[in-house]
Design a protein around this ligand. Sequence first.
Ligand SMILES: Cc1cc2nc3c(=O)[nH]c(=O)nc-3n(C[C@H](O)[C@H](O)[C@H](O)COP(=O)(O)OP(=O)(O)OC[C@H]3O[C@@H](n4cnc5c(N)ncnc54)[C@H](O)[C@@H]3O)c2cc1C
Length: 386
Amino acid sequence: MTETADVVIIGSGIVGSSVAYHLAQQGCTNVLVLEREAHQGKGSTGKSMGGVRAQFTTPVNIQMSKYSIDFFSQFDEIVGHPADYRAHGYLFCATNEKHLAYLKANRERQNAYGVTNVEWVVADDIVRMVPQLRVDDILGGTFCPTDGFVDPHSVMMGFMLNAREKGVRLWLDTDVTGIEVENDRVKTVDTSRGPVATKVVVNAAGAWAAQVAQMAGAELPVEPLRRQLVPTEPFDQLPKRFPMVIDMSTGFHFRREGKGILLAWNDHDETPGFKTDFDPTFIEKILTHAASRVPVLAEAEVNPRRAWAGLYEMTPDHHCIIGPAPNVAGLYFVNGFSGHGVMHSPASGRITADLILQGHSELVDAKVLGVERFKEGKLLEETAVL
Ligand SMILES: Cc1cc2nc3c(=O)[nH]c(=O)nc-3n(C[C@H](O)[C@H](O)[C@H](O)COP(=O)(O)OP(=O)(O)OC[C@H]3O[C@@H](n4cnc5c(N)ncnc54)[C@H](O)[C@@H]3O)c2cc1C
């Protein structure tokens, strides 16, 4: 007998898990999540830096962050599992007038959309937070104390465990190989364990989302882009607790990770592709930026074997795509988070569940997130991308 489900979710990363949770929360529990790996979190979720922030440029990203950060702050009580949310803040540091004006405009917009706690800071404030930072060229910055970090693996597991307690099923080791469409409507999901009949399919396949969309004959502009992170060995010359610091002059940013420091930088020479190997030459590049902004980091030790690479799922406007596929009834996208899939997982799961079950979401105007925006030229253009 063919397996059936009201909703099939492809991908059990943090996004698919959040969709499962939010569907179950709204009473839709005949849900089957399909994951080709033997464990959850082997895609981008397990590679993430775990940063969460409301300091964005576009209204919809600010709204999604606001909902998500409020959610993370109560995750343990709401979901019944830990998220390890730490409100250590994000500190953006500007070294030129253009970036200063950009931060000021962003702060006004953040304030207008309910994020009222973004503080304007000057070099003295910054030195108080991170005394080791070189501030001679810093003109000012913004600090939001409720930005911070979560443990992506815990959040993903929390969402999925809660959903499973309500009846959602998770099939691991199950590769989705095709999506059958009849009369422009999804009918069956083909898997390495056999077919599953369903009327609703959610594409939560992360960096592989375009391939999954293609199985149903749908186009999805999502590209994989390698992203590399470098942890230092234990390093006690920086405070035990400090915010995520972003040097806007280079894009270098860093935070504490246990006893060491986690270093990140967006290498503009990176080209799209499914590259997940760590490139050891990246270490010298990132350490140059690190030592220039934080001179004591020149003394940090790095073990290349502990560094890692993962994939961002990029869209042309650096904004997620959430909503129904235009030409395939029953197929929903929740993809292309462009580096923000962890922090926006509560909002994206909620919006997707709302759209499937009610056809609209009260959280945001979901139409702006639809994939049609690329054909209609209504791009959102998030520029606060790290
Ligand atoms: C180095 C790095 C740092 C990052 N830092 C941050 C950060 O600080 N903050 C933040 O918010 N975001 C960050 N991100 C981005 C974030 O990790 C992603 O946006 C997020 O994890 C996406 O979640 P997902 O569930 O959509 O995708 P994934 O976690 O990749 O899950 C997709 C799942 O789909 C499965 N799948 C794919 N195809 C199939 C198929 N055919 N059949 C069955 N299963 C399939 C995969 O196996 C995978 O498990 C970072 C990413 C990287 C790489």
